[in-house]
Ligand binder design. Structure first.
Ligand SMILES: NC(=O)c1ccc[n+]([C@@H]2O[C@H](COP(=O)([O-])OP(=O)(O)OC[C@H]3O[C@@H](n4cnc5c(N)ncnc54)[C@H](OP(=O)(O)O)[C@@H]3O)[C@@H](O)[C@H]2O)c1
Length: 312
């Protein structure tokens, strides 16, 4: 496993990390034994960066992580998030006020069974919150108290990433980056490099599409809490599947498409860590092994050409 420094945090993170949204049932039903086996396999494989949120299963993913890391807290660099209201009358809204974040951070610490969070991230804040929020003073106080070691944002739009970097407040930016969403490499990564802000590449498998195992027939099983019900609604899914076919040339003996997809993210030196979700120990081991895989210059050039041409 290769390790990199995550921007100015100075944290030495494995290039392949673990995302735990799947463990809360956001990719269809899960068994706790499978989730726990994935986390255990991560630590065994040298994967040390684990990302969660108080929004995943309204804290369920954090609770599982707390259990899995009991007695092993020092083996993991723990990143969590807050700001999305998951229970009560305001469910579905966001709150990035200092009062709210201060309260939910304490709840995250309890669920994670730890007295410090390595990286606390605001979960999809707006540009206005990034520029004018009162939450930043709170985060700085919590840092001084030792409850969080570093803080940053997880964002949806490039302009939010740019605002976060320009604000000078964020140690890290988490953003979707993968073979099918390459925009951040041109717009966000140069800014992050210049400011020494760590980049965390999320959804590196484009929510399982880039594992190359889905067909059109899968669309009808994406229901309810499965994030793919929303992400792949209508004809989006068929269009994305077509693009995946154009990327099949990356599969070869000893290297799966999922591994090539992760190697693509890691190939950009601006990326500190990619955080694929892993349902179980098997997926985790396959993903971790991508930390040893490299794409050739020719492969990277063909990928760039496909991206520029809209996968024609
Ligand atoms: N707003 C935000 O802050 C935000 C948004 C999205 C993601 N994230 C973070 O990024 C992490 C990763 O994103 P994600 O989980 O949405 O998407 P992802 O990592 O692109 O895809 C995860 C899914 O890919 C499949 N998979 C993983 N490894 C595989 C393998 N080796 N072989 C075959 N299939 C494999 C699994 O699907 P199956 O379950 O179908 O097997 C898994 O649930 C999240 O867990 C979360 O930590 C944050």
């Amino acid at each position: 496993m290769e390790y990199r420094t995550l921007g100015r945090t100075g944290l030495r993170v494995s290039v392949i990390g673990l995302g735990t949204m799947v463990h809360a049932g956001h990719f269809g039903p899960m068994k706790d034994e499978e989730s726990l086996s994935a986390i255990e396999a991560a630590l065994e494989a040298g994967v040390n960066f684990i990302d969660t949120s108080d929004a995943y299963g309204a804290g369920y993913s954090e609770t599982l992580l707390g259990k899995a890391l009991k007695g092993k807290r020092d083996k993991a660099i723990l990143a969590t998030k807050g700001g999305n209201i998951m229970v009560g009358p305001n469910r579905g809204k966001t709150d990035f006020s200092a009062d709210y974040i201060g309260r939910v951070m304490e709840e995250s610490l309890k669920r994670l069974q730890t007295d410090y969070i390595d990286l606390y991230q605001l979960h999809n804040p707006s540009v206005d919150v990034i520029r004018n929020g009162d939450v930043w003073e709170l985060l700085e106080r919590r840092k001084k108290e030792g409850k969080v070691r570093h803080y940053g944002v997880s964002i949806n739009k490039m302009e939010e990433a740019a605002a976060a970097i320009e604000s000078g407040r964020c140690d890290s930016v988490q953003i979707e980056y993968n073979l099918l969403v390459q925009g951040p490499a041109d717009t966000v990564f140069p800014l992050a490099k210049e400011a020494n802000v760590g980049i965390i590449a999320r959804a590196p498998l484009r929510r399982s599409l880039l594992a190359g195992k889905l067909t059109l027939a899968d669309q009808q099983r994406f229901q309810g809490e499965d994030v793919r019900a929303r992400n792949f609604a209508g004809d989006v899914f068929a269009k994305e599947l077509k693009k995946v076919e154009a990327l099949r040339f990356l599969e070869k003996p000893g290297r799966s498409l999922a591994q090539a997809a992760l190697a693509f993210c890691v190939a950009d030196p601006a990326v500190g860590v990619v955080i694929p979700g892993a349902r179980d120990a098997k997926q985790l081991r396959e993903n971790a092994a991508a930390g040893e895989t490299h794409l050739s210059e020719e492969e990277l050039a063909k990928i760039a050409q496909l991206w520029r041409s809209g996968f024609k």
